[in-house]
Ligand binder design. Structure first.
Ligand SMILES: *Cc1c(COP(=O)(O)O)cnc(C)c1O
Length: 835
């Protein structure tokens, strides 16, 4: 080991390639060795893989820095418009593999580490992923950053540097147990702390009128407290380009002067306490689907990161020689990822009117021209509303500003729809029903020039439900931007076997032009190609089976169909519908010993919000049914059930590529888009799904004959809700369903305990807004078609190839190109770097 770390004698090429920037294996090796010595600071004899990980990450980060500096300089020099993606969540996943891929130095990294006697994959596995998001929404933000950099669009991602990300999930006795995610415990080699980039954030207190020097009436906010936000920057490298953007995450710290005040009065402990409370602002990511709890701190988190981000943007504007704050919409596009950052509309108005002393009308024109809003949900419980009293106590100035925005806006409504006071009442940003509240989706809509949904169906539903009145007011502001996922991470990085086969078959242009996967269609009749296709899938399934064995003890046979549902656990996603089918198949096998089923592994994964009672029971049910089935020799020849603990981006890399069947079975109208559905499709899984979210478009692209469709349509769901949903009718009409429910309720899977699953079964029988039983018969019938289709290996392979071949639309590059052209009006900037 000592020898390996000794710098090699210089050769002519070494001197040309600096150890901080050189892209060859040798230069990278020297960079790693330098970091082992000067950054990790461990003696050679004590080096473990995690030390190599840290040194490699730092060496790779070094290689992005020249790109990073050149990217900022180029867009400043050229005066090009910058996109700011404001998101309370970024579910980035492991960074090393992705950065190495995007820099084009995979072979060099492998060779460099091998030269040091350590395996590349072993080093990759050491990374603790930053879990700064709950699921799809946060992962979408991360995919979009990858595409923005790859498409050479200057971008800043703005978010929160949570000290504890989404909890780690363990399964004890079938139940979810939450463990804090201490992702920063071993440091974070990707971020660069910028202690000099900091902004004050006010909170609470009251407002005062005063006259400025010119005698104008103005408002001053006297805060109850001030917290300081500090920037931490993570580089975002584009694939195959020099563009390297940045993700700026804000961390809270106590304002020094406040502490000094306390010191001056001798109250040392008060000063320390201040520090403690300030820092709690960015302490922990809240799980979504969580009721009431932590409302106060959540609003503070949102305001905190948005205020820091907008102050930062205005600071950059101030430094531009050729622009004033009036040019903001020409220089920055601010995108709101859901309503979490929507307080930005009022905050930008405050910064422009109170602090920059702009005229209200000018400030409002700037604000609307700069913001865009992406809606992510129609679920009423997920539409953010803040109780008015609480909001006013926390953000007194913003409440005044929102009243003013609202009053001017409602005048506009009256002008456009004279005499329609009912409409005016409906559209008010201040809600009246159930206690007064501030409706954030309305604030975001009124304050944005562009509003979009995230799949075709979702955007349509948005226009005729939640935002119907707003669509009638401003139809031209509404559009659809169907989500996408990055093929770099979700194909190239996570499915190296398929990547190799694709490269050999159609070349590697698909990495940036995913439409080129269409080229696969001409190979579906080639038996040798189909065999290679199956070999790749088989190897991926073996890889997942190893992981499942290690993490759950369940043995899966990679020759079986892998039927996978991974996503947050939620009633609307209907993991329990999947379980009802499993129990149905189980009953059939038990009742008919001669029955032969196409053997299947049912694989689940996903976290439940810690306070979501039914979701946690669904996890317990999956595990209980699994424990029964996996050990019963009558059935375990045909079926197994596994719940993979702690679904996250890292294990998603193993899961999506191993699927034969993708479960996308939400109640029609409830899943805005889904992105997991796209990752499965790219990796050659067939979908069993409802006409919901992007499933509709997946089916359109794949062809109806290559998609397993079941269930009610959104229209039918609405009709049933109007008529009154009667689950008892579905039970009465289906003896199999009745026995399945009785079996679960009767304690068959819970050692005779009839209480543990009662709330779940009662919910399905009497009180289920997601109509599980209404879709049961259709789902089971569809699953039987899936089993029949699986028996024809070649037909299945053709369908699988066609799904991948036709998944091009679901690249985040396509989605981002649409945002750039139709909402942000930003164009590519080619970055040149001297090496
Ligand atoms: C893609 C992804 C999701 C979103 O999955 P859906 O099926 O769209 O809900 C959630 N979590 C992780 C880790 C993901 O990679």
């Amino acid at each position: 080991m000592t020898d390996l770390l000794r710098p090699p004698a210089a050769t002519p090429t070494d001197t040309n390639e600096r150890s901080r920037t050189g892209l060859s294996a040798e230069a990278l090796r020297r960079g790693i060795v330098d970091h082992l010595r000067y950054s990790v600071g461990r003696p050679a004899a004590a080096l473990r893989p995690e030390h190599f990980y840290r040194a490699t990450a730092l060496a790779v980060r070094d290689r992005m820095q020249d790109n990073r500096v050149a990217s900022t300089q180029t867009s400043l020099d050229l005066g090009r418009k910058v996109t700011c993606y404001l998101s309370a969540e970024f579910l980035m996943g492991p960074q090393l593999g992705s950065n190495v891929l995007n820099l084009g130095i995979e072979d060099a990294a492998r060779a460099a580490l091998e030269g040091l006697g350590v395996g590349y994959d072993e080093v990759l596995a050491c990374e603790e992923e930053p879990g700064l998001g709950n699921g799809g929404l946060g992962r979408l933000a991360a995919c979009y950053l990858d595409s923005l950099a790859t498409l050479e669009r200057p971008t800043i991602g703005y978010g929160i540097r949570y000290e504890f990300g989404i909890f780690d999930q363990e399964i004890h006795d079938g139940w979810q147990v939450e463990k804090t995610d201490n992702w920063l415990a071993n440091g974070n080699p990707w971020e660069i702390a910028k202690p000099d980039v900091h902004y004050p954030v006010n909170w609470g207190g009251h407002t005062e009128f005063y006259s400025d020097d010119a005698g104008n009436q103005r408002v001053r906010w006297i805060p109850g407290r001030v917290i300081e936000g500090v920037a931490y920057d993570t580089p975002i490298q584009g694939y195959g380009v020099n563009t390297c953007n940045v993700l700026t995450l804000w961390s809270a710290r106590a304002v020094q002067s406040f502490a000094l005040d306390a010191f001056n009065t001798g109250d040392y402990y008060k000063a320390v306490e201040e520090e403690v409370t300030s820092e709690t602002v960015t302490k922990v990511l809240y799980p979504n689907d969580e009721l009431e709890a932590g409302k106060h701190l959540r609003l503070l988190q949102q305001y905190f990161f948005v205020s820091c981000s907008l102050q930062h943007v205005l600071h950059i504007m101030d430094d531009l020689a050729d622009a004033s704050v009036h040019d903001l919409p020409e220089r920055f596009a601010l995108q709101l990822n859901d309503t979490h950052p929507s307080i930005g509309v009022a905050e930008l108005m405050r910064l422009l009117v109170d602090e920059r002393r702009l005229d209200w009308n000018d400030a409002w024109a700037i604000t609307v021209a700069t913001f865009g809003y992406t809606n992510h949900t129609l679920l009423p419980e997920a539409l953010e509303k803040w109780p008015l009293g609480m909001f006013g106590a926390c953000l007194p100035r913003h409440l005044e500003i929102i009243y003013e925005i609202n009053s001017r806006f409602l005048d506009e409504v009256r002008a456009k729809f004279p005499g329609d006071e009912d409409r005016v009442r409906r559209m008010s940003i201040i809600g009246e029903e159930g206690g007064k509240s501030v409706k954030m989706a309305y604030l975001a809509t009124v304050g944005s020039h562009a509003i979009n949904g995230v799949a075709a169906l979702h955007s349509e539903l948005l226009k005729d439900s939640v935002l119907k009145d707003f669509f009638e007011m401003w139809p031209e502001r509404f559009s659809n931007k169907t989500n996408g996922v990055t093929p770099r991470r979700f194909l190239a990085l996570s499915n190296p076997g398929l990547r190799g086969l694709l490269d050999r078959t159609i070349g590697d242009g698909w990495l940036t032009h995913l439409d080129r996967l269409r080229g696969l269609e001409s190979f579906i009749e080639d038996p040798a190609f189909r065999q290679q296709w199956r070999d790749v899938k088989r190897a991926n399934k073996a890889r997942l089976a190893d992981f499942v064995r290690a993490s759950t003890g369940v043995e899966l046979d990679p020759t079986w169909m892998f039927d996978i549902q991974v996503k947050r656990i939620h009633e609307y996603k209907r993991q329990h519908l999947n379980v009802l089918n499993i129990v149905t198949q189980y009953l059939r096998l038990k009742q008919n010993p001669r029955l032969e089923l196409a053997p299947r592994a049912f694989i689940f994964g996903g976290k439940a919000a810690p306070g979501y009672f039914l979701a946690k029971r669904i996890i317990k049910l999956i595990n209980a049914v699994g424990d029964m089935i996996n050990f019963d020799p009558d059935v375990n020849r045909f079926m197994k059930v596994a719940f993979v603990p702690n679904f996250n981006v890292q294990n998603a890399h193993l899961i999506y590529p191993a699927a034969n069947l993708s479960e996308q079975i939400s109640t029609a109208g409830k899943e805005a888009s889904g992105t997991g559905n796209m990752k499965f499709m790219m990796n050659g899984a067939l979908t069993i799904g409802t006409l919901d979210g992007a499933n509709v478009e997946i089916r359109e692209e794949a062809g109806a004959e290559n998609f397993f469709l079941f269930g009610l349509t959104e229209d039918q769901v609405q009709q049933i809700k109007r008529d009154g949903y009667r689950p008892a009718d579905h039970i009465a009409a289906n003896a199999e369903l009745a026995s399945v429910l009785d079996l679960i309720a009767g304690g068959h899977f819970s050692h005779g305990d009839t209480e543990v699953f009662r709330p779940l079964v009662d919910n399905l029988r009497y009180d289920d807004p997601f109509l599980v039983l209404a879709d049961y018969a259709s789902y089971v019938e569809c699953q039987d078609r899936v089993s029949a289709a699986w028996q024809d290996r070649d037909a299945w392979s053709r369908m699988s190839i066609l799904n991948t071949a036709r998944s091009g639309k679901f690249s985040s590059d396509r989605a981002i190109a649409e945002y750039c052209d139709e909402i942000w009006n930003v164009s590519p900037v080619t970055v040149k770097v001297e090496r």
